[in-house]
Design a protein. Sequence first.
Length: 294
Amino acid sequence: MPNRTTGTILVTGATGTIGRAVVDQLVRRGADVRALVRDPAKAALPAGVAVVPGDLLDVESLRRAFAGASTLFLLNAVAADEVTQALIALNVAKEAGIRRVVYLSVIHSDVYVNVPHFAGKFGVERMIEAMGFEATILRPAYFMSNEHTIKDVVLQHGIYPMPIGAKGLAMVDERDLAEVAALALLRRAQAEGPIPCERINVVGPETLTGEAVARIWSEVLGRPVAYGGDDTVGFERTLQAFMPGWMAYDMRLMAERFLTDGMVPEPGDVARLTALLGRPLRTYRDRAAAIAAA
């Protein structure tokens, strides 16, 4: 039987990797879902999802999309105007009477203070609290899905090229993240009264260094894969070939914080997520094996 929900859950970023998975999780649980998308003709979302055209910088489209919704999933892609997008969305949501928000931030947003998209997300977190929303702030670690972008280097050249360092990243499977997000949205949508604001670190089951990731790939492929090292300058140059310079520099600054700080869970994070999902978290080894098999 579908779960009882209070009103409509509006999902932004609904056609991206994370947003689409959140929509799928909500639909499976019987939620009333509305999706904000740029091009409804290309959305291809599940039957029953109300698709609304709009953009986070188009205020009138947001007013139409937010009208009558009770709960908001706010996801912003990394963009030069990411903070502006988020603050416009929050203000329009408040005008529309939406009190309940689940926001996709990032782990250590308050630690990586010099990294633009981390610092921006931390600013949005603070605005969510200051504006009086009933909010769950999700702080995921590095997404395993990023590994699809470097698979050819691993598979064809035997090099793991991401400069993730020796502190370790608690890489998270985006499907686990989407399920945590859906459960947080449903908990708020179904609540009889206010639920205090909360932050949840969303991590994977293990914290992996560059050398550890290379070993996993070596075992999965049955041939040597080497860690490419900690060259963040070279990393920036590589990224400049397929993204704007400001974004490549942002990613370099993030990688430098990988080296100095890592993305290490707090005590209890893994146990909390495992209990919430009622199953073990998905592993990096399984993702690597799936990429290799494909």
